[in-house]
Design a protein around this ligand. Structure first.
Ligand code: SF4
Ligand code: FES
Length: 327
């Protein structure tokens, strides 16, 4: 099926959603997505950040769709034309969505462990407006302890339901979900049961904000002062392929590896995540690919070293004094 997104045409199989088609073209047209997650069935349709304008429904019915649609839940039709970043109305509408998502979200980024890898932070910078019109009290919740490994900050939750789907689809014995409805809805372990399933730690990786964070990493280090490397070990429960976050020789935390859309490549087990915090537990494969615009890449000087070596080579060739030996 041929679909055109922001003027770029692509041929995709029937059943592909607009969001998937846009991702196949690339980040220059792909809408942001806060609740859709490729590896979680029935995800998407909650947050509305992925809205696009369908300016032509299909070749058979060229009428535009009357209002913005959620691209993660709308399948492409033959001849469909879609506008995302090229539509000023969509950019304006998305600003409104971001404003809504931020209504109850506390601005505690300076003390939040998710800072530097928070999708809401990125969304706010890239698609939000600098001001809020909200003047009421933000939501507050009783603190719920969901075990010794995961910290729940309900005030930061944007109710994307990804963690609920992880527990539903990846772990046995689901014990957590969303209770209540509307602005009273909250993520809970229903009867305060701790999440102890083998794969429950994956809720940390799928949470786009700092609502679910790793208690074993809490307040240990800002993420941009750590060095992520891809590593593996022999594991009987999962593939054992992880991302290990180092500070010198210390393993500060272990997470799943993520792809360019910030989605987990393979879910990992709790044993890999929590029980192997020695560098010698892992076979290090090399530095993890981190997006250049991410704050995490800011403190990695490898590329500056390469640059220095190159400059020194050129200076030597030109007969300049060696930088290292300068008085
Ligand atoms: S806790 Fe995180 S993953 Fe779960 S619904 Fe809230 S924002 Fe989404
Ligand atoms: S990503 Fe489509 S509605 Fe959330």
């Amino acid at each position: 099926m041929k679909v055109t997104i922001d003027g770029i045409e692509i041929d995709v199989p029937k059943g592909t959603t607009i969001l998937q088609a846009a991702r196949l073209i690339g980040p220059e047209v792909a809408p942001p997505a806060m609740c859709y997650y490729t590896k979680l069935k029935t995800s998407g349709g909650y947050c509305r950040t992925c809205i696009v304008k369908v300016s032509k429904g299909s070749t058979a019915n060229p009428n535009p769709m009357p209002k913005p649609v959620a691209s993660c839940r709308t399948e492409v039709m033959e001849g469909m034309e879609v506008q995302n970043f090229t539509s000023p109305e969509i950019l304006e509408a998305r600003k409104g969505v971001v404003e809504f998502l931020l209504i109850n979200h506390p601005l505690d980024c300076p003390v939040c462990d998710q800072a530097g890898e928070c999708k809401l932070q990125d969304l706010g910078y890239e698609n939000g407006s600098a001001n809020t019109r909200y003047e009421f009290k933000r939501r507050e919740f009783e603190t719920i302890d969901i075990g010794d490994k995961i910290k729940l900050h309900m005030t930061r939750c944007i109710l994307c339901y990804r963690c609920v789907k992880v527990c539903d689809q990846i772990t046995d014995n689901r014990v957590h979900g969303a209770i209540h409805r509307g602005d009273a809805a909250e993520i809970s372990t229903y009867i305060d049961k701790a999440i102890t399933n083998d794969f429950s730690g994956n809720v940390i990786d799928v949470c786009p904000v700092g609502a679910l964070t790793d208690k074993t990493f809490r307040f240990k280090q800002r993420v941009w002062f750590t060095k992520p490397v891809d590593a593996h070990r022999k594991c009987t429960k999962c593939s054992g392929k992880t991302r290990v976050w180092l500070k010198g020789e210390d393993v500060l935390r272990v997470t799943a590896r993520k792809d360019q859309w910030d989605e987990v490549q393979e879910f990992i087990c709790n044993s890999c995540r929590y029980d192997h915090k020695k560098k010698s537990d892992w076979v290090i494969e090399g530095p993890s690919p981190i997006a250049r615009q991410s704050v995490i890449s800011q403190n990695h000087y490898e590329h500056l070293n390469d640059l220095k070596v190159e400059i020194m080579k050129q200076q030597k060739a030109l007969g300049f004094m060696d930088l290292e030996k300068r008085p």
